[in-house]
Design a protein around this ligand. Sequence first.
Ligand SMILES: [Mn+2]
Length: 196
Amino acid sequence: MTDAIKRFNDQIKKATKIAITTHIHPDADGIGSEIALCMALKKIGKDVVCVNEKELFERYKYLDPQDVVRSYDDVKDSIDKLDLLIVTDTNSLPRIGPNVQELVLKSQELLFIDHHPCPKELAAIHCIDSTKAATGELVAELIESLGLKIDKEMALALYTSIIIDTSSFRYPTVTGNTHKIIYKTLRCWSQSTSGL
Ligand SMILES: [Mn+2]
C-alpha cells in the first residue's frame, strides 16, 4: 500500500459523514471518480453524497445509476457538519467553485484525490499520484484497498474516466497499470459470457 492510499484509508476509517466533489466544468474523469467512490463508500456504510457546484449534465446521468450526485443548491440547507470532504480530479480549492468551497469550512478534514502535479508539501498530506493517467485509475485502487470488488456500476464510471482522460489510450500517461485497471472494469461486464 502506498503512502497516498494509506492516507485515504486512515481518513475513511475515522469519518462517517462524507461529501465528495470535483472541479467546476467537470469532465468524465472528475464525475466518474466521484460517483464510483461514492458508491463504494456507501457499500461500507458511510453516510456519503456527491455535491457539485452545478447539477449533473444530462449527458453524464448514465454514469450515476444510484443518483448520488447533488447540486450545491440541493443540499446547502441539509449539510451542517461533515467529517470529511473529498475533492476529486483537482488539487486546487478555487476550482471546486465558490459555493462548494463553503463545505470546506463545515468539514473536519479535507482530502484531495487527484493525479495532477502539485507541490510536494501537498502530495505529502493528500492522496495525489501524478503517475496515474486518470483520477479514475487511482480511485479504482482506492476502492480495492477498502477490501471491495469493483462492481458493474463502478466499472462503468471508472472505465469512462480513464477513456476520457487518456483520449482512448492515446496519451503517454497510459501505463501497464492503466490497462490493468481497464481489464478489471471490462471483466465486470464480460465475466458471464467470456473467459476474461
Ligand atoms: Mn483527470
